[in-house]
Each structure stands twice: as structure tokens, then as C-alpha cells.
Write a protein that binds this ligand. Sequence first.
Ligand code: UDP
Ligand code: MG
Length: 329
Amino acid sequence: MSSSTTVPVNLAVVVPFFNEGLGAAAFLDRLRRALEAIERSGPGKIDWRVICVNDGSRDDTLKALLQARRVEPRIAVIDLSRNFGKEYALTAGLDHADADVVIAMDGDGQHPPEMMGAMLEAWRQGNDVVYMVREARDVRGLHRLLRNLFYGLFALASRTKLPPEAGDFRLMDRHVVAAIRQMPERTRFLKGIYSWVGFRQTGLKYREDARMEGRSRWCLSRLLSFAMDGLSAFSTLPLRIWSWIGAAVAGLSLLYGAWRVIRAIFWGIDVPGFETIVVSITFLGGMQLLSLGVLGSYIGRIFEEVKARPLYIVRRSYGLSEPANETGR
Ligand code: UDP
Ligand code: MG
């Protein structure tokens, strides 16, 4: 959905920040230079702005963002009332991004702003989404195994396709952003949401830089619960699979019972049989607890959705004309 080259293209760059006080200024400087380079080299005019979302940082991130805004008024700032998490900070930014094209990227310098020219080029060629694919990421051992397991399970359990190695660094046409805004779910598994909305999507490769300052907030347990959320948000297979397992176990025990009867008739009864009883009771008990746990996790999510709490709360925004949406739904 490219537009003609005579009217300037409205571009909004959405960046979430959480405790990035050390690197925010340098990153915004780099971002501004990349945007100015695109402005100079064309093709066509662009009218850009940057929407920084301060996700309840406990350091002086907000100060750094406001300082950058004083120098460059095209930088707007949304200050959330507390730390809601990256997915929610991004959602807040997308809700406030009223532009023809939106680019989302991390504020820690891992997503090179210099790629934006190539992304816009792919958009001009008629793509609605340009997702950025990390090249040669260096993860090994348990992490790698779990990641492959997750993508395998997800592909098996859900009809939503997740391009592996594609994250939040992406360009989206305004129609895509509008579609995402319509998705009301409180469990913001953005990877799934991005893919679920459809449109013409294409991937571009990029080399991920090292973090400029600070460190990543993702530890193993957080990644695991993120993966569970993702699976339960985009698949009901964990709920449905129990009827198949139940049917299989019931069928097998029926066969086994029949076999015991036939055996008793032809060969007489031998009393022992203790192991079979114990094994079947414990096995079935375990399966029942497991399926209860799965039910519980879905009911928990229904509870979260039914409460219909806002996705985020804006404390104050700077440089955004319309306080369109202060809480997100
Ligand atoms: N971030 C955020 N809220 C959070 C955690 C992270 O807005 O609760 C931001 C963070 O400032 C950075 C981006 O999200 O700009 C990616 O975070 P991080 O580097 O921790 O994740 P990773 O790069 O390891 O996926
Ligand atoms: Mg990072």
C-alpha cells in the first residue's frame, strides 16, 4: 500500500524504554541521524516522529527522553504509570502512533536504525509488514533446545505461523496497526498477534548488535512463562488433547480388561495383579492432575480477560496532540 511520492510519508518510530537511562540519549541520537539520512536520500519526502514509551523506569530514563525531546521536538514521550512490560509499552506506542507507516524497535541499540531505509523500500514495493529476522544468533545448549521445542510445539498446536527469529523489530502499514489495535486481548503475545492479523508480510535479515548499556531482562523462567502464555493464547490444543488421550487410555484398559477375563476363563485365576492396579491408579491420577492444571491455566486467562482491566495507564504524555487513548481499551 505505498503512497505516491509527492505527499510526504508519515512515519512514526515506536521505542519502548525500561531502565535505559545510560544508553537512551546515544540511541536516540543514532536514530535521529538515521532518520535524517533517509530524509536526505529519498525517494520522496518523509515526515517522521519518534514515540518513546517510558515503561515505568526506575532510573533517569524519563529525564534522558525529555532532554532529547527538548533538542528534537519530533521526539514525543509517553510516560506510563508503572512498569507494564515491553509488550504493553509497545501497545501503548502503537495506540498513539497515527501515521502511514510505523516502525517498532528496541531502545537498547540492538536493532540498528540504519535498516529503516531498506524497510521503507520493502514497504514501498507493496508489503504491509516488514519483519526483521535476526541473523546467526548465538544461543546454545538448553536455551536453544527449549527455543526449538517451543517453535515446534507452536507449529504443531496452532494455525498461526510464527516466523522464527522475528521479533518486535518491524515495519507496519497503518492498516496493520489499526488491525492490531482491534485485538483486545490482555495477554499480549505480540509475536502471535503480528502474524495472526495477516496482510502481505515479508522478512529482511539484519545483524543484531550487542546491547549498548545495561542488560536484558529476560531470564529463563520469564521466557518459559512467556512461552506458555503464547501457546495458550494461540492454541486450544492443550485443552482438546485430553479427550484423545482419555479415549486412548480408556480403549487400552478395556482391551486389557477383556484380556484378563479371557485369561481367567481359559487359564484360571491367579491372584496377584497388584502392580497393574497401582500403576493404573497412579498413572491416571497423574494425568487427571495434569489436565486439571491445563484447565486451570485457561480459566486463569479467562479470568484475566473478563476483568477487562486496561492494558496500560499513561501517567503523562509529552508532544502528542491527541490524548487519544490513555489506558488502552
Ligand atoms: N523493555 C520495556 N519494558 C520491560 C522490559 C524491556 O519497555 O519491562 C524494553 C527495553 O528497554 C528495550 C526493549 O524493551 O528497549 C527490549 O528489552 P531487552 O533488551 O530487555 O530484551 P531482549 O533484547 O533481550 O529481547
Ligand atoms: Mg535487548
